[in-house]
Design a protein around this ligand. Structure first.
Ligand code: AP5
Ligand code: MG
Length: 218
């Protein structure tokens, strides 16, 4: 079964996915996480992607779809529980995904859209910290590490994502408004959008997401 998570930067897609992985046996595919791994490899692709992501722009559709499709193909979508987080992000990408699913005779699930106000987004992004070793996500307000600046699990240093720095957040939010909001409208007009209150606790957002997933099964 495939779930698609849609929402602004900082709306809680990754955090909710992590809960679903830890508590409910889901697998998590995040195109943003995959790109951050590619960047670490320092290949020509990694160098190109690094510049784009850090500036808050989107990676081109062809590259992104290759990455997303490759990740999807590693899984059994009929028998495993998969969350696709951060893809699709524009109408072109949505068509690529739907055509591919159609070829596989699989249905496009109704995307789950995490609704969060701008104030909350700004507060969350400015407070997010990531473990440099395991990638675990913290927040200086809502999910503090036990020791300041260190991961609870492996003690590695926490860092701020380059694209969470205030000067890049503005571009990301503009990109989101220009490119992803029309996709949200596209699904809403089709009557396909599932709304999730992204301002609830991550335990609650995971429970809500799960209840919609149960409905998809029936
Ligand atoms: P990506 O990594 O996907 O970034 P994003 O979409 O900007 O989303 P975020 O990861 O910032 O937000 P999130 O919703 O996951 O929030 P989180 O749960 O971490 O993509 C990065 C870049 O890669 C893109 O800008 C683009 O360049 C490229 N890219 C990726 N996909 C692409 C695509 N399809 N096409 C083209 N380019 C693509 O939470 C944020 C903070 O809030 C955390 O600190 C967390 O602790 C806290 N928090 C979360 N939920 C709650 C809650 N319920 N209550 C309290 N605090 C919470
Ligand atoms: Mg994320």
């Amino acid at each position: 079964m495939l779930l698609v998570f849609l929402g602004a930067p900082g709306s809680g897609k990754g955090t909710t996915s992590k809960k679903m992985v830890d508590l409910h046996g889901y697998k998590h595919i995040s195109t943003g996480d995959i790109f951050r791994e590619v960047i670490k490899e320092n290949t020509p692709l990694g160098k190109r992607v690094k510049k784009i992501i850090e500036s808050g722009e989107l990676v081109d559709d062809k590259t992104t779809w290759e990455v997303a499709r490759h990740a999807l193909e590693q899984n059994d979508l009929e028998n495993e529980k998969i969350i696709l987080d951060g893809f699709p992000r524009n109408i072109e990408q949505a068509k690529m995904l739907e055509d591919w699913l159609l070829e596989k005779k699989l249905d496009m699930p109704k995307p789950q859209y995490f609704e969060v106000s701008l104030d909350v987004i700004l507060q969350r992004l400015s407070g997010r910290l990531i473990c440099s070793k395991c990638g675990r996500v913290y927040n200086v307000i809502s999910d503090k590490p036990k020791v300041k600046g260190k991961c609870d699990f492996d003690g590695a240093d926490l860092y701020q994502r380059e694209d969470d720095k205030i000067e890049n957040v503005e571009t990301r939010l503009k990109t989101y408004r220009d490119v992803t909001e029309p996709l949200v409208k596209f699904y809403a007009d089709r009557g396909d959008l599932i709304l999730i209150n992204g301002e609830a606790s991550s335990e609650t957002t995971a429970e809500i997401s799960l209840s919609f997933a149960e409905e998809l099964k029936n």
